[in-house]
Design a protein around this ligand. Structure first.
Ligand code: NAD
Ligand code: TYD
Length: 360
């Protein structure tokens, strides 16, 4: 993003900043705005990983705090002691399959946790005499809009909410709270609803990293159902750029859909990953890796298709994605090939037990 010489420095609290998108956003912010204070609050659940921020360890603008967004005292203290004027809220339980096995954690973090942050921010914002430049960015998902049929138009900001999984229902609940805090209290909240992201630091249980890693290990590639489900993929750095633009130029009280206009069937995506791996990896245990593709029992309530209409953020804020799916997937595959030391330790006993529960 173009630097504005009159830009007011921000003191930003990034929740979930040790997770996949949150950590990419921390890197983006620290690189783009040196001198801004960046405070990361992350509980380091199974999905959080301090290694994602390791290359920023010597950055004195950045502070990492391990803690729960549901801990009101901790959040109050951080907002006050760090004089926070901006929140970028990523922390969440984020995996649909885990929400099917155990929905309670999703309600706790996604609904109660978001409520706790909103309340703490409201108190702080009031004490600070309600500066209109402060921002509370609530990062959400396109899954709140439910599932599309093949010929339906893509989701717009006015598509009615129809969440189908405990994950998307809990995100929908948190979106409604963020919206209500603008309408009721005038608090400068903004919501973004983004499509499926991919890229570096993506935890190994999600589709793209799972397939890359299983190919390297010679393990089956589990494709749910008939593999015809469609997702709209966005490279994570494009998402970070969109959130940056929304914080700086978005209008409080608004919602912005963010997406790559890259609808791909799951089976086609997996085949593309196989081809890339066959080209880029050496000594694969099974080659060609397409031989590993295995159709498995479908996910309960599996949404058929997601597609985002991102014309509002383009029209109003000038954001468009810069990465193509072909280019983004190539970067991503190369990253997983070059960063075995990052993902290997994540295949822990907890991961294996989760994996057996879902796939056996
Ligand atoms: P992730 O699961 O990789 O990371 C979540 C992070 O939140 C982890 O670091 C975890 O430790 C932390 N966390 C969880 N519970 C916490 C708690 N109670 N207190 C503090 N920290 C806690 O998730 P992600 O894929 O990076 O997604 C980030 C956000 O973006 C989520 O809100 C998600 O709903 C949204 N989103 C994700 C996608 C996607 O494709 N991954 C797409 C659109 C929107
Ligand atoms: P996922 O990465 O879990 O994202 P989401 O469910 O939030 O869209 O899954 C992306 C798609 O890939 C989704 O349609 C489910 C499918 N999928 C598989 O077919 N096999 C798998 O092992 C996983 C994890 C996902």
């Amino acid at each position: 993003m173009q630097q504005d010489s009159n830009r007011t420095p921000r003191r930003i609290l990034i929740t979930g900043g040790a997770g996949f998108i949150g950590s990419n956003f921390v890197h983006h912010w620290c690189n783009s705005y040196p001198g801004d204070r960046v405070v990361v609050l992350d509980a380091l659940t199974y999905a959080g990983n301090k290694q994602n921020l390791a290359s920023l360890a010597s950055n004195s603008d950045l502070k990492f705090v391990q803690g729960d967004i549901c801990d009101r005292t901790l959040v109050d203290n951080l907002l006050e002691s760090e004089d926070i004027n901006t929140v970028a809220h990523f922390a969440a339980e984020s995996h649909v399959d885990r929400s099917i096995i155990g929905p309670g954690a999703f309600v706790q973090t996604n609904v109660v946790g978001t409520f706790t942050l909103l309340e703490a921010f409201r108190q702080r914002w009031n004490k600070r005499e309600q500066p209109q430049n402060d921002r509370f960015l609530h990062v959400s998902t396109d899954e709140v809009y439910g599932s599309l049929e093949a010929d339906d138009p893509a989701f717009t900001e006015t598509t009615p909410y129809t969440p189908n999984s405990p994950y998307s229902a809990s995100k929908a609940g948190s979106d409604h709270l963020a919206r209500a805090y603008f309408h009721t209290y005038g608090m400068p909240t903004i919501i973004t609803n983004c499509s499926n992201n991919y890229g570096p630091y993506h935890f190994p249980e999600k589709l793209i990293p799972l397939m890359c890693i299983n190919i390297l290990l010679g393990k089956p590639l589990p494709v749910y159902g008939d593999g015809q489900n469609i997702r709209d993929w966005l490279y994570v750095e494009d998402h970070c750029r969109a959130l940056d633009v929304v914080i700086h130029r978005g209008k409080p009280g608004e919602t912005y859909n963010v997406g790559g206009n890259n609808e791909v069937k799951n089976i086609d995506l997996v085949e593309q990953l196989c081809e890339l791996m066959d080209e880029l990896a050496v000594d694969l245990p099974v080659s060609p890796s397409k031989k590993l593709i295995t159709f498995v029992k479908d996910r309960a309530g599996h949404d058929r298709r997601y597609a985002i209409d991102a014309s509002k953020i383009k029209r109003e804020l000038g954001w468009t994605p810069q990465e193509t799916v072909a280019g983004g997937l190539r970067h991503t595959v190369k990253w997983y090939l070059a960063n075995r030391d990052w993902w290997q330790p994540l295949l822990s006993d907890e991961y294996k037990s989760y994996y057996n529960q879902v796939y056996s």
